[in-house]
Design a protein around this ligand. Structure first.
Ligand SMILES: *[C@@H]1O[C@H](CO)[C@@H](O)[C@H](O)[C@H]1NC(C)=O
Ligand SMILES: *[C@@H]1O[C@H](CO)[C@@H](O)[C@H](O)[C@H]1NC(C)=O
Length: 618
């Protein structure tokens, strides 16, 4: 079949016998195609053996690295673990007529899946362990009927598992684990499929019966799945429309119930005239007001004599749930919980609240957020509520009043990275070693990259990235919070965002994606020097101008003197520390165009992680 294709495409007048006798004729065109492919790859040092004028498939071990040859013809590319990136030139691949297998596992490729579906003869497609992202069109695999093995695991693919994949009649192995595939698993009609892994995605619904022979370990890490052999029963859902109606009715019921509770709670309070909410000492009075809607206005609005059903008035006391990760609660629950002030930032105060059911949350009160009307505000906040990424803390709920907004987040007991690094850092010693710090930096960069993809049309997707807005979850997993506020803030309050400490914001009042990168850079410099940067101090006095300091140290070749001596004493590679410092310096260049972009920053951090792995430090 492959030979037939070769003949049709390249040598329509020659016979098969002739082709087999003169394989080198093909290497010539293969080598051109391969060199074209190499041109499209960044960081192609591993492909140094690919040079013009030599024959790719010569010799017993084939002279060009990463090739599989048969009869002098290139039949496979196996470019795993070569640290490659760039945009793979599929046109070049299409010019290698004998190509049956293509593998680029464990590299640094990004963006959506390239058009490999033009390579109709491929039997193996392996893209695992890269950073490919986005949805794969449902019909992507329609013309790839020869495919036997498809490996897309450990990427960032989203959307549904493409339907066409489920109808590849030759499919033997399918590995999709560790992506962000969502929705239902399509029904497979692949009689030969004997290795399947879709674990650790966001799949939901019933496992189709055609896949019920696979064990639970093929499906783990998808909390929404049921059926098959995973031991989770499916509850029959009548059909989609009635599910929606039921969901709608439940929501309506919850809203009515909340209104009733609020109504009675307020009446009760009015009668008793007592304050059940523990006012935290030193708290800002206005913020507490939000938590305590016992003001004249709200009492009136809920008074039976006035028109309770008026939506404008009812909304005074409303807490809008964005997701139910921590259960559903209302403003009355927040009011009744026990509270403590966590701190006062440039945007407002934060409170820790423990609800009666034990759930712990943080409520942040923010003023000066009237740049958008109510409807646009709601729409934008709902977008924040939909975010899902291991390094992004999604808000749980919000409350809207003209004068003040309240954002409710999950409470993380370890607190912020600021506290961890500067507050108690000394206490942790080697627990906060280079390995941990690099991983934290990597997670922050991943979260930022995700926000940049999700909010690609915004001026500055995060806008407020600093150590105190990075929280630490279990295993020191960093979670970004307090992001995405830029569109909401009144123009005269924008400079409360940390992004406005970047040079371009100070000089020209402009911010961009690269402003977020600047903020990331400050964090990196801070993580590796443990200095407290002056950029954090509001009046500009105190702290070290860390950017200037690092830049001049590099120019004098004294950068190793800046490294935090505490981590120097732990299991370590000073070379890697220095490399990370350089990444920080490249992110904080004064001119935004000279800064790294976030993808490049991630790639460089990954290289450091690889190097640490080689030293067995990670
Ligand atoms: C990925 O490739 C690197 C070399 O670039 C190698 O050291 C590492 O072991 C590979 N990882 C896996 C999981 O194969
Ligand atoms: C699927 O992948 C997960 C995560 O890598 C692993 O734990 C599990 O054993 C795999 N199962 C199968 C059947 O390959």
């Amino acid at each position: 079949m492959a030979m037939g294709r070769i003949l049709r495409q390249f040598l329509p007048s020659l016979s098969t016998a002739f082709v087999l006798l003169f394989p080198l004729a093909f290497s010539a065109s293969d080598s051109e195609a391969l060199l074209k492919l190499k041109k499209s790859l960044n960081n192609a040092g591993a492909l140094d053996s690919w040079v013009p004028g030599s024959a790719p498939c010569n010799g017993p071990k084939w002279s060009w690295r990463g090739l599989v040859c048969q009869g002098g013809v290139v039949t496979g590319l196996s470019l795993d673990g070569m640290r490659l990136s760039g945009t793979i030139d599929v046109d070049a691949l299409a010019q290698i007529p004998g190509l049956l297998t293509f593998s680029v596992e464990n590299n640094s490729f990004t963006n959506t899946i390239p058009g490999f579906n033009r390579l109709g003869a491929l039997k193996v497609l392996s893209l695992s362990r890269n950073r490919f992202s986005g949805e794969i069109p449902s019909d992507y695999f329609v013309k790839m009927a020869s495919l036997k093995k498809v490996r897309l695991s450990y990427n960032k693919f989203t959307g549904k598992i493409p339907d066409s994949l489920a109808h590849l009649s030759n499919l033997v192995g399918l590995h999709l684990q560790y992506n962000q595939f969502s929705g239902r698993i399509p029904s497979f009609d692949t009689p030969n499929l004997n290795s399947l892994n879709v674990s650790n995605n966001r799949l939901e619904g019933e496992i189709p019966s055609s896949l019920s022979k696979f064990s639970a370990s093929s499906f783990i890490g998808n909390p929404g799945l049921c059926g098959g052999r995973i031991g989770v029963k499916c509850y029959s859902t009548p059909n989609k429309t009635s599910t929606k109606i039921i969901a709608g009715m439940v929501t309506l019921g919850v809203i009515i119930l909340l209104l009733v509770i609020i109504f009675f709670a307020i009446r009760w309070r009015k009668k008793k005239q007592t304050v059940s909410y523990v006012t935290p000492s030193g708290s800002s009075k206005d913020a507490v007001e939000v938590l305590q809607p016992k003001t004249e206005g709200s009492i009136k609005s809920a008074d039976p004599d006035s028109n309770v059903s008026s939506p404008g008035k009812a909304s005074v006391a409303e807490l809008v749930m964005l997701n139910d990760k921590k259960g559903v609660f209302g403003l009355p629950d927040l009011m009744k919980g026990s509270a403590e002030v966590l701190g006062n930032g440039p945007l407002g105060a934060s409170y820790y609240v423990r609800l009666a059911n034990g759930v712990e949350v943080v409520a942040k009160s923010i003023k000066q957020m009237n740049a958008l009307g109510r409807d646009s505000f709601d729409a934008e906040v709902k977008k924040l509520g939909k975010l899902q990424h291991p390094n992004v803390l999604t808000p749980l709920a919000y409350h809207y009043r003209k004068e003040e907004k309240l954002f409710v987040y999950e409470y993380l007991p370890k607190g912020s990275l600021l506290y961890y690094l500067h507050g108690d850092g000394g206490k942790y010693g080697c627990e906060l070693d280079l390995r941990t710090r690099v991983k934290i930096v990597r997670g922050i960069a991943e979260g930022l990259d995700y926000l940049h993809n999700q909010f690609a049309s915004r001026d500055v997707p995060h806008g407020n990235l600093k150590l105190s807005n990075v929280l630490l979850g279990p295993d020191n997993r960093p979670l970004l919070s307090d992001y995405g506020y830029h569109p909401f803030l009144n123009v005269d309050s924008l400079d409360r965002l940390f992004a406005y400490k970047a040079p371009e914001a100070i000089q020209k009042q402009t911010v961009s994606f690269r402003t977020d990168v600047y903020c990331l850079g400050i964090i990196i410099l801070e993580m590796i020097t443990t200095e407290h940067p002056s950029q954090y101090v509001n009046d500009g006095n105190g702290g070290t101008d860390i950017v200037q300091w690092v830049a001049s140290a590099f120019s004098e070749g004294k950068q190793t003197e800046l490294l935090d001596t505490k981590i120097k004493g732990c299991r370590n590679s000073v070379r890697c520390m220095e490399k990370l410092l350089r990444v920080g310096a490249l992110c904080t260049k004064t001119c935004p165009q000279q800064r790294l972009d976030i993808e490049e920053a991630i790639r460089l951090i990954d290289e450091i992680i690889l190097e640490l792995k080689q030293f067995d430090i990670i």
